[in-house]
Design a protein around this ligand. Structure first.
Ligand SMILES: N[C@@H](CCC(=O)N[C@@H](CS)C(=O)NCC(=O)O)C(=O)O
Length: 217
């Protein structure tokens, strides 16, 4: 069996995939595509993913894109530990929370959006940071309210078993941290994140622990 992840140290979507593979105990090789240098736009990578984005998971020669699709593929392919609950309603709750960040927050702060803000509208580094901080804060507040409303956050988002929602939430919290957004304002979310990071599967996948990450960040 061969499993290869096309990722980049800073990629929050690649982080999600690393965590899922770690939780399932799957050995994989990671190939780094340097987003800062624009490698995603090169011909070689475009041939793999015409959307020019990370991550890709290659399993036995077949490529899968989009982190949510990859997480679901990993869950369907390697059953234990289960990262989705059993009932249709509970599964929908987990997916919905995961998508708050995967679909509605993260896409707003990716390099191509920030590059557009810079090139087309002249937003400098500090304005771009404010933009990212704003969307992470909106996301944090939504996640906090959802966790409180569901009333199930114990160790993790939905009880005491890790789910795909926790993987997504951890990626969000790490992104918020990289942009210096205060997690103390969302205490339930902060607690879930802290508990996730106690697990080696989450901690070892952290962007700042990957090859190429700045040592003093
Ligand atoms: N919705 C996609 C997000 C893909 C995405 O935007 N990935 C970022 C890295 S986290 C990327 O490759 N960005 C390249 C760019 O914006 O130019 C997923 O969850 O996989």
């Amino acid at each position: 069996m061969s499993v290869t992840l096309y990722g980049y140290w800073r990629s929050l979507a690649a982080y999600r995939v690393r965590v899922a593979l770690n939780l399932k105990g799957i050995d994989y090789e990671e190939i780094s595509i340097n987003l800062a240098a624009g490698e995603q736009f090169g011909e070689a990578y475009a041939a793999l993913n015409p959307q020019h984005v990370l991550p890709i998971l290659n399993h036995d020669g077949r490529d899968i894109t989009q982190s949510m699709a990859i997480l679901e593929y990993i869950e369907d392919t390697w059953s234990m530990p289960q990262l989705l609950p059993v009932t249709a309603y509970e599964k929908a709750q987990v997916r919905a929370l995961a998508l708050v960040t995967i679909a509605d927050t993260h896409p707003l702060i990716v390099p191509r959006v920030r590059n557009f803000l810079h090139k087309e509208w002249n937003l400098d580094e500090s304005a771009q940071t404010q933009w990212a901080q704003h969307w992470f804060t909106v996301g944090n507040e939504a996640i906090e309210r959802i966790l409180v409303k569901a009333g199930r956050a114990q160790t993790y988002s939905f009880g005491n078993e890790v789910s795909l929602a926790d993987i997504a939430l951890a990626s969000h919290a790490i992104g918020a941290g990289l942009f210096k957004v205060d997690m103390n304002k969302t205490p339930v979310f902060a607690e879930v994140f802290k508990n996730c990071m106690l697990l080696p599967a989450f901690a070892n996948a952290h962007p700042l622990k990957q090859e190429g990450a700045p040592r003093n960040a």
